[in-house]
Design a protein. Sequence first.
Length: 551
Amino acid sequence: MLQVSHISKSYGIQTVLEDVTFVLNKGERLALIGPNGCGKTTLLRIITGLEQADAGTVSLGSDLVIGYLPQGLELSSEQTIDEAMRSGIAGYQPARQDLERLEIAMSDAGSEALPAILSQYDEALERFEALGGYVLEHRCEQTLAHLGLGDLDTGQSVGSLSGGQKTRLGLARLLAAEPDILLLDEPTNHLDIKAIEWLEEFLLSHRGAVLLVSHDRTLLDRCVSGVVAIDEKTHTAAVYSGGYIDYAEARDKALEKQWAQWQDQQEKVHQLEESIRKVSARADRYQNISKDDFQRRKSKMVMQKATAQSARLQRYIESEDRVDKPITGWNIKLDFGHTPRGGQEVIVLCNAGHSYDGCRWLFRGADLMVQHGERIVLVGPNGCGKSTLLKAVVGHIDLAEGEVKIGANIHVGYMPQEQETLDPNLTPLGLVQSVSAINETEARNFLHLFLFAGDEVFTPVGALSYGERSRLLLAKLVLGGSNCLVLDEPLNHLDIMSRERLGEALATFPGTMLITTHDRAFIDRFATGLWTIINGALRQFVDRADMEAHV
């Protein structure tokens, strides 16, 4: 269905893609993966024709329809939700209007004009049904409902929706159209767990082909049949069969093999260098112990041997068989220093409830506790009040009723979802030094633990990526000596490897955590308990299996 052949793309001197080749067949679901900034979105835009490659070609089967969901989707604010959904299928809205016009004409027509109008109606009905007909209307309703938009008035304007709702509307419009090839760039953004699980089922049943960019490892584990992995260093792409877990195992085995080959190579280089050193030393001895011609000739012959070995070593180092040292990347290494324990009862909710209008309660009557050392993950549908509850815990808003008690000697560190607590004009270096009285060398060493190296510490916060800002916020919390972390969607904007590394880093935190996230792989590995808001009630569960059994 889709063939990508030898695609290369550069922006000035910066290479993004180099000789990328793969094939997407009907019924296949391929994951396009790689670190943030490696060129995944650029490749999708080249496939759709929104950007031109410097070299290579993209070939599509005849009469195939591509549906593309970009990250920064733009929808017309003047359209209604209903109009936006129908606009996803070319020709559908005009076909429906023709049908409605002819229905009115038939009711007003006389006996002489009626046969001609009936003939036109039959043709219009055939066109309308070919585009999905009234079945599409039902499909649109169901898709909106599954993506958490079922309660909206479809006659309201798109401009009245929140950013997250617009993103979900764009996804609903695309999925309802059921194109032959789906190109999805981060489709799980702004989806809750229930909607993500529905999306999985949709993708598994889709009869066309799918090329998917996602940082949700669980979704990739369950859905994809192959992986196209872009290397951030070489900018090339390697194709793996099987799901994400198969790719991860193959990647790890390849890395182990490369390490073994590199170590063997280093041993061989060491042996050659040692042999050259010994031969050179022997030649020097012959040169120095005697002045007669025989010893001089012998010294020259030994030196020629050393020169030949040096040439052999150089050829070996420059040969195509030479193995580069594996690059494993950095890991975030959190040093929490001396974190005072605080009391056993860290966060206590007493009859807690909140409503912004006094009528619709997000949650009410909540009586729960977070104890020392627990890692509680708060989950629930979008808009149910998760961020509101976290803001109440850290004291940014007052509850409408009840109270939040923070335990003795508890210092709470808060990471908001919107990252609005960061001054866009500060640099990472300036931020760290504003939080703690440390010198520049100490500050730079500290920032290095959070992957800020070299001149990156002088980059204004406003110019950092969202992932970089997340790391900087975490650095700020660590430096502030918090023994309780309250984190609102800390994994947003992080790729899979970064999510896994952040999870490993947070697991070393000796204090207590309350976190919101929709990343199921992270939840299953990290959480010691779950809170969820369901129909205005805050409930506690042991894990996702326990929650799903009772909800």
